[in-house]
Design a protein around this ligand. Structure first.
Ligand code: AHR
Length: 854
């Protein structure tokens, strides 16, 4: 149990004990467990009058399968089993040959859920579990769709006997019905009152925290009514330096929100490989197929998607164009139109092969409805085998609505694939590179590391969709495109080579994330949930793939994979040092088995690699506890935590890492962001709460080694997840206020932390929590940065007691301030003379960064 949870539990127990000795309370009462898409409780003294524990409060939810449609708890059945341990079993759906169980000592904290498979019957319905102390054994009997009954037995609720048919009489369901806002079906228990009180207190604690989390600046006028401008004295203690992580702030790039194709990857042709597929969008869009974004016009002209003799088996589809007369035109509309810049050069390339006998002339045009013809050239199609041709085109206009047209001068038939149009001006002029303006905006954050390619994308929607780095390297025509679990298509044009190259170009450490041998717990394709993980018989090969990745990044050019890197134009190693194994997975037995296997093997083969484990999707709860337990048992050097929270949570949890055990794993806060309810909005308020929280990460930089906001970028009109740090469309890049917070931290980091104390003129908790500061030194440059965050509605006249040898410094002050609801605020830079003991005005709702060199 982590210290945070421990202190909460201690608090809880103290409260419970206080109440337990109340003279006027019963010794015992009835508890009723019932289902409301999750396990809820009600209590009663007489079995007649029932009171719910908490207001619609659910103590246990099913975590199997896709969000919404599949995470259902059906017919939960609760018992007290071995050593009074609570065990809940439930049915998942009516097609999966699995059921679910979870265990708890107190009905409040639950151990990881398991989803055992059965082999008999049509499905698993209405499971009933019982414990036989004589045999020290659990028996679970379930019905199936045909009305038959089956029984499985287990000593430990991990391994079960094969299912065997039993009589209907063996199925003994002790559920009962009570009346509370209608009839409720469930299980009844008679328990000591203290047990029921503990449930009530657990709910009250959650309720208290929810109220804290809901604190918003819109209520500040009331919360801080009468509060006048404040004064503060901040005393720094440079004589007490603490070494902190020099790579605290980085970025997390996930191919989500069209971040890669149509986004950072500079390719302008959509569906260039004719590989779009109905399954990319779960068969929900019949137009999303090999012809998507393409059109064919001209009398008697047709196009069909073929796969008889592709360029490469990994890229199996191409288009066959049949023109009965002159002028047949195959055109591509790009990603919402093609944006071209006047005078800029574009690299056009294409694979073609003749299907008829006559050689053909192919006119390549860029046209715009507004500006007419923008560029043109002609190619000859003269070979019956696939032939690649490349030419450059110069744009004659600035347009955002261009189309690419491939026009056949005469009648004829030809095959076409890998149609590409790239700006010559990519980020750092890389071949197959990145969109310059977007990449420059990202680079300006000065991230110390880049986590990629996901997120959920990395562990995939089902085993078959787990991201495979080997499919993303080599010549573009041989890369293997895949369905993107966010509901679109990945060409893999932005692959591992390009990710590594980008990291090198911006001076950031690459942090690839590899699935821990299990797909996303929210999977529903190819089965639900983690699907038992990659079969054990395939795990050696899977681990070898990870070892090969290290060789691809770092190996000598004479090694198999190092050679491939060199062939791709990068003989020098990429200095890969970190690998994430797993992404906020549900920490089941299946996960633990796969993760442990990978961790141990990789550590042996590549002890130089720092492996980052995972602690589930939240800052507390079952997966967080179980993830930390595995990390502690295995001595995993770093563990990845994720939490998306409200500003209220960040304000009220600045001590989150203060009590973390420094001898255990370091923390990588791999995904976090603040947002407001009602559409996950961000504004200056959310950004300042992030800035405030980041001061606490700097203070805890000895245990928190890395942190990255998530998600990084999102294309307008194609956004699956809000909020994001940077929005963009084809012509503009739109950083949010949160972007500037990340940039100010990235550009003003340090590796030494100096403690400080803040004495405010008002000694009120809510006030004190909204003013934070940190001082760090970058030992490479000798520069010192002071960060001051004020989330109060009043300004704070602040005296900084620097306690340095020198008294005054030429400093640069950067301030991000405005109204909390502002969405567009730019940092303002000024030169100041910083004098110890002299006041600096810290405006209401602001983030101030002062940098100087002693
Ligand atoms: O950042 C967006 C998603 O949030 C990531 O893919 C996943 O890890 C998390 O749930």
């Amino acid at each position: 149990m982590n210290k945070q949870l421990l202190s909460v539990t201690v608090l809880l127990l103290t409260v419970i004990n206080t109440f337990a000795f109340k003279k006027n309370e019963p010794d015992s009462a009835y508890l009723f467990a019932y289902n409301a898409n999750g396990l809820r409780f009600a209590w009663s003294l007489d079995k007649q009058h029932w009171t719910p524990v908490g207001n619609n409060y659910t103590f246990l939810k099913s975590d199997y399968g896709r969000w919404g449609t599949e995470k259902k708890m059906i017919n939960p059945y609760l018992i007290q089993g071995k050593n009074k341990q609570w065990v809940c079993a439930w049915s998942l759906n009516n097609q999966t040959m699995q059921f679910a169980t979870a265990q708890s000592a107190n009905l409040i904290s639950w151990k990881p859920q398991s989803y055992p498979y059965v082999t008999s019957g049509k499905n698993v319905l209405r499971p009933v579990i019982s414990y036989n102390p004589g045999e020290d054994e659990y028996t679970l009997i379930y019905a199936d769709a045909e009305g038959k009954y089956f029984e499985v037995k287990s000593k430990n609720l991990n391994h079960y006997s094969a299912a065997k048919p039993v009589n209907a009489a063996a199925y003994r369901n002790a559920s009962t019905v009570i009346q509370m806002d209608g009839k409720l079906d469930g299980q009844m228990f008679h328990l000591p009152w203290t047990d029921i009180l503990a449930l009530k207190k657990a709910y009250e604690l959650q309720d208290y925290k929810s109220k804290q989390n809901a604190e918003q600046s819109k209520d500040d006028a009331f919360r801080f009514s009468g509060l006048k401008d404040l004064t503060a004295k901040i005393t720094f203690e440079p004589e007490k330096p603490k070494a902190i992580s020099s790579m605290l702030t980085g970025i997390f790039f996930e191919d989500l929100n069209y971040a890669a194709d149509g986004g950072l990857y500079a390719e302008l042709i959509q569906n260039r490989d004719f590989e779009y597929n109905l399954r990319d969008k779960g068969f929900n869009d019949k137009n999303w197929n090999g012809t998507y974004a393409w059109a064919i016009t001209g009398k008697g002209a047709s196009m069909q998607i073929d796969s008889v003799a592709p360029i490469h088996p990994n890229n199996p589809h191409y288009a066959m164009v049949n023109a009965l007369s002159t002028g047949a035109t195959l055109s591509n509309s790009g990603f919402d139109g093609i944006t071209l810049k006047k005078g800029a050069t574009y690299l056009f390339s294409v694979f073609t092969k003749l299907a008829g006998k006559e050689r053909l002339n192919l006119i390549v045009k860029l046209t715009s409805a507004k500006a007419g013809l923008i560029a043109q050239t002609t190619l000859k199609i003269g070979q019956a085998n696939w032939q690649k041709q490349a030419v450059t085109l110069v744009s004659s206009a600035d347009v955002a609505d261009a189309r690419l047209e491939l026009i056949l001068e005469t009648a004829g038939r030809f095959a076409v694939d890998m149609v590409s149009l790239f700006p010559q001006n990519t980020f750092k002029n890389r071949n197959n590179g990145l969109r310059a303006d977007l990449a420059e905006t990202i680079a300006a954050i000065r991230p110390r590391f880049v986590r990629f390619p996901g997120g959920c994308l990395a562990h995939g929607d089902g085993i078959a969709n787990i991201y495979n780095w080997k499919n993303t390297i080599g010549p573009l025509e041989s890369r293997k495109p895949d369905r993107n679990l966010w509901g679109y298509h990945q060409t893999m044009g932005l692959g591992y080579l390009e990710y590594f190259q980008f990291c090198e170009d911006i001076g950031a450490a690459p942090v690839p994330v590899i699935a821990a041998g299990v797909p996303c717990q929210n999977s529903s394709t190819g089965g639900g949930g983690q699907q038992g993980g990659i079969p054990m018989s395939e795990m050696d090969a899977y681990i070898q793939d990870i070892a090969d990745l290290v060789e691809y990044a770092n190996g000598d050019v004479k090694t198999k994979w190092g050679k491939k890197r060199a062939e791709a134009g990068h003989p020098k190693p990429f200095n890969l040092k970190y690998i994430g194994i797993g992404n906020e997975d549900q920490i089941t037995e299946v996960f633990a088995e796969h993760f442990t296997m990978i961790y141990k093997a990789l550590k042996k083969i590549h002890p130089e690699i720092v492996i980052i484990g995972t602690a589930g999707p939240f800052f507390e709860g079952t997966d967080y506890d179980a993830g930390w337990q595995i990390a502690s048992e295995l001595n995993v050097p770093v563990i990845d935590e994720h939490y998306y929270q409200s500003p209220g949570w960040l304000i009220n949890n600045q001590d989150f890492y203060d009590n973390y055990d420094r001898s255990k794993s370091k923390v990588y806060l791999g995904e976090y962001a603040a947002s407001l309810p009602g559409g996950n909005k961000t504004n200056l308020e959310t950004s300042l709460s992030e800035a405030l929280y980041l001061t606490s990460l700097e203070r805890n930089g000895d245990v928190v080694s890395m942190a990255s906001y998530a998600p990084l970028i999102a294309k307008e009109g194609h956004t699956q997840w809000n909020p994001d740090l940077i929005y963009f469309n084809n012509t503009e890049v739109k950083p949010t206020t949160g972007y500037y917070v990340q940039q100010l931290y990235g550009q003003n980091g340090g590796d030494i932390y100096f403690p400080s104390t803040v004495a405010l003129s008002v000694n009120q908790e809510a006030v004190k929590k909204r003013m934070a500061c940190s001082m760090v030194k970058d030992s490479a440059t000798g520069e010192i940065t002071i960060k001051l965050v004020n989330l109060l509605p009043v300004s704070v006249n602040t005296t900084l007691d620097l306690n340095l040898k020198q008294h005054s410094f030429n400093a640069i002050k950067t301030v991000l301030s405005g109204n909390p609801a502002d969405k567009k605020v730019l940092p303002l830079k000024t030169n100041i003379m910083l004098t110890s003991g002299q006041p600096v005005e810290i405006p209401a709702y602001s983030f101030t960064v002062i940098k100087f060199k002693p």
